[in-house]
Design a binder for this molecule. Sequence first.
Ligand code: HEM
Length: 126
Amino acid sequence: MSKYETINQESIAKLMEIFYEKIRIDENLGPIFNKAVGVSNEEWKKHKKKIGNFWTGMLLGEGDYNGQPLKKHMDLPPFKIELFDNWLSLFEESLKSIYNDEMSNVILQRANMIAKNFKKALYPNI
Ligand code: HEM
């Protein structure tokens, strides 16, 4: 398969499919997400669409996401800070499987920044 060289709605939708199918079955992250999102394909479809909108907003200035991501994560049952590394590594693996290196790095950098901010807010004493 040739890799995406541009960030657009289509490639972001594909990224959501690949990433969240990994998340759903991940030993550590899966249970956290399945509890909050649900276990049905219908619920996951909605989740992927929402997060796809988050990313198109972030990267393209398009889409209708207007949630409060930090608050959502603060309201989750507590989980270990190390899981951010698992999240980022599955995200990177997903990016690299569909985007060329340049685009993967652009998106990964944004994810890293957001993860850093979330961690600072979620674990103020670390
Ligand atoms: C270990 C790390 C993470 C865990 C365990 C986690 C878990 C979750 C879960 C369970 C939800 C669903 C909440 C719900 O629907 O009630 C969620 C939503 C979301 N996550 Fe994460 N997340 C993590 C990291 C990140 C990162 C790094 C980003 C961004 C780069 C991100 C972006 C989002 C967004 C945008 C939502 C949607 C919030 C909304 O409903 O408006 N998450 N996350």
